[in-house]
Design a protein. Structure first.
Length: 80
């Protein structure tokens, strides 16, 4: 449960940064963008676990870290 919450938080921060940069897909609300990002992240973790590549919690943690890194990278864009 903690990893799912972390994925949703990271997805929300990423959606906010995309919105700040004017990169939210046309017609999408920030909340919808967050849901799409989080759903994709959860599906990736499930696929990694299903193939036996790693446990779900480990996969989710790795994906959340990547999302968080993307947020940091986007925060540096257009920042004085």
């Amino acid at each position: 449960m903690a990893q799912r919450q972390r994925l949703f938080r990271a997805a929300g921060l990423l959606a906010l940064e995309y919105d700040r940069l004017g990169r939210t897909p046309d017609g999408w609300a920030i909340a919808h963008h967050q849901e799409v990002i989080a759903t994709e992240a959860i599906e990736q973790a499930e696929n990694m676990a299903a193939t036996g590549a790693m446990r779900w919690t480990h996969a989710a943690s790795m994906i959340a870290e990547r999302l968080e890194e993307n947020v940091q990278g986007l925060q540096e864009v257009n920042t004085p």
